[in-house]
Write a protein that binds this ligand. Structure first.
Ligand SMILES: Nc1nc2c(ncn2[C@@H]2O[C@H](COP(=O)(O)OP(=O)(O)OP(=O)(O)O)[C@@H](O)[C@H]2O)c(=O)[nH]1
Ligand SMILES: [Mg+2]
Length: 320
C-alpha cells in the first residue's frame, strides 16, 4: 500500500501501527526537511503517556544487551515498545551500531516493536537534537513504553534526564575505582542503577560503593535501587524490570510523572519558540527592511543589538 504523503495522513497511519509511516515521519523531523514543523505540530496535539525509560552508561557497558532483554520482557506482557538508540557515530560508519542491529534482530519481525537508531552528531549531552523530536513522534504513535539508549561518559548523559521519566545508569564492576567528581554526576541522574557484567569480579564492591554514595543524600524522595545483572544470560533482568516498574509507580503516586510532563512540555515550548524565532529572523534578514538594516550592521554603522531591537519594535519579526 502506498504511504500517504501529508503529515496528517502519515500520523494517522503511524498511530494505526504502520511502521513505514512512522519511519517516514521520524526521517522528516530528523532531517528538518519539508513539512517537519507540520509533523511536530500535529504530533504535539496527541497526548500520550508513554513511559520513557532512558538507558545510559559508558561505551560497551551492556546498554544494548539490557535494552534487548527489557524488550523481551515488555513484549511478554503484551505492550508495544519503541526503541530509540542514539549513537555517537554516524549510522553508516559505527561498528557499535551494527552490533545493536544484530543484537535486536530477533525483534525485527515483531510488529509490536519499533527500533530506530540515530546519530548524535556530536551534539553535547549525547542526545541528538533530533532525538526529542523523534520521541514526540513515537509518543504520538501511541507506544506505552519507549526505551532510549544513549552513550554517556562522565557528565555528558545529563541531557537524557529531560527526555526520560526513568533513567537507568548502567555501570560495570570496577566502576568504584574511578574519579570522585565524575561519579557524583552519574549518581545524580540515576533512578535505577545497574551493575552489569556481574559475571566478572568486583560486583559486590561496586554495588556497595554506589549504595554508600547514594546514602549521603537522605533528602531524596526516591532511593534508587541497585541491580546486578548479567545481561548476556538474562540474570537479574527480572529484578531490573521490577525496579523500573517500582519507579514508575513512585512517579505516579507522588504526582512526579505529571510534573515531569509539565516541565518537559514547557521546555518544548522554549525550543519551539527559539526555532520559530530563528526561522523568522532569517526570513527578516532576507527581506527589504531587514536587508538594509543588516547592511548597516555589516558596514559598522549600526550595532547588532540596537538593530535587533529596532527590527523587533518595527514589527519586522512579527510574521513569517
Ligand atoms: N561478560 C559479560 N559481557 C557482557 C554482558 N552484557 C553484555 N556483554 C558484552 O559486552 C559487549 C558490549 O555490549 P553492548 O550491549 O553492545 O554494550 P553497549 O553499552 O550497548 O555498547 P555501546 O552501545 O557500543 O556503547 C558485548 O560484547 C556484549 O556481549 C555481561 O553481562 N557480561
Ligand atoms: Mg549499544
Amino acid at each position: 500500500m502506498a504511504l500517504p504523503l501529508d503529515p496528517g495522513g502519515l500520523l494517522e497511519a503511524a498511530a494505526g501501527g504502520d511502521r513505514r509511516a512512522l519511519a517516514r515521519l521520524i526521517s522528516i523531523v530528523e532531517d528538518g526537511g519539508p513539512g517537519w514543523l507540520d509533523v511536530l505540530r500535529l504530533a504535539g496535539r496527541q497526548r500520550s503517556d508513554s513511559h520513557r525509560v532512558g538507558v545510559t552508561g559508558a561505551p560497551g557497558a551492556g546498554k544494548s544487551t539490557i535494552t534487548d532483554r527489557l524488550l523481551t520482557l515488555a513484549r511478554g506482557e503484551g505492550g508495544q515498545v519503541g526503541v530509540l538508540a542514539v549513537d555517537p557515530t554516524s549510522p553508516f560508519s559505527g561498528g557499535a551500531l551494527l552490533g545493536d542491529r544484530v543484537r535486536m534482530q530477533d525483534h525485527a519481525l515483531d510488529a509490536g516493536v519499533y527500533i530506530r537508531s540515530m546519530a548524535s552528531r556530536g551534539h553535547l549531552g549525547g542526545l541528538s537534537a533530533a532525538a526529542p523530536r523523534a520521541l514526540a513522534v513515537m509518543e504520538a504513535a501511541g507506544f506505552p513504553l519507549l526505551l532510549v539508549e544513549t552513550v554517556g561518559v562522565g557528565q555528558d548523559e545529563v541531557e537524557i534526564v529531560d527526555a526520560a521519566d526513568t533513567t537507568i545508569v548502567v555501570l560495570t564492576p570496577g566502576w568504584g575505582d574511578g574519579i570522585q567528581a565524575a561519579k557524583a554526576g552519574i549518581l545524580e541522574i540515576g533512578d535505577v542503577f545497574v551493575v552489569n557484567k556481574a559475571d566478572r569480579p568486583g560486583v559486590d564492591d561496586t554495588v556497595a560503593d554506589i549504595r554508600a554514595m547514594l546514602s549521603f543524600d537522605e533528602s531524596r524522595p526516591w532511593l534508587p535501587p541497585i541491580v546486578a545483572t548479567v545481561a548476556e544470560t538474562g540474570d537479574g533482568i527480572d529484578a531490573l524490570w521490577e525496579a523500573i516498574g517500582g519507579h514508575y509507580a513512585h512517579l505516579q503516586e507522588t504526582g512526579q510523572f505529571e510534573r515531569g510532563r509539565r516541565s518537559r512540555r514547557r521546555g518544548e515550548l522554549e525550543t519551539a519558540l527559539a526555532t520559530v524565532f530563528r526561522r523568522r529572523a532569517a526570513a527578516v534578514l532576507d527581506g527589504t527592511e531587514g536587508g538594509s538594516v543588516a547592511d548597516r550592521v555589516a558596514s559598522g554603522d549600526l550595532d547588532p543589538w540596537n538593530a535587533a531591537e529596532q527590527l523587533l519594535a518595527d514589527g519586522a519579526c512579527g510574521e513569517e
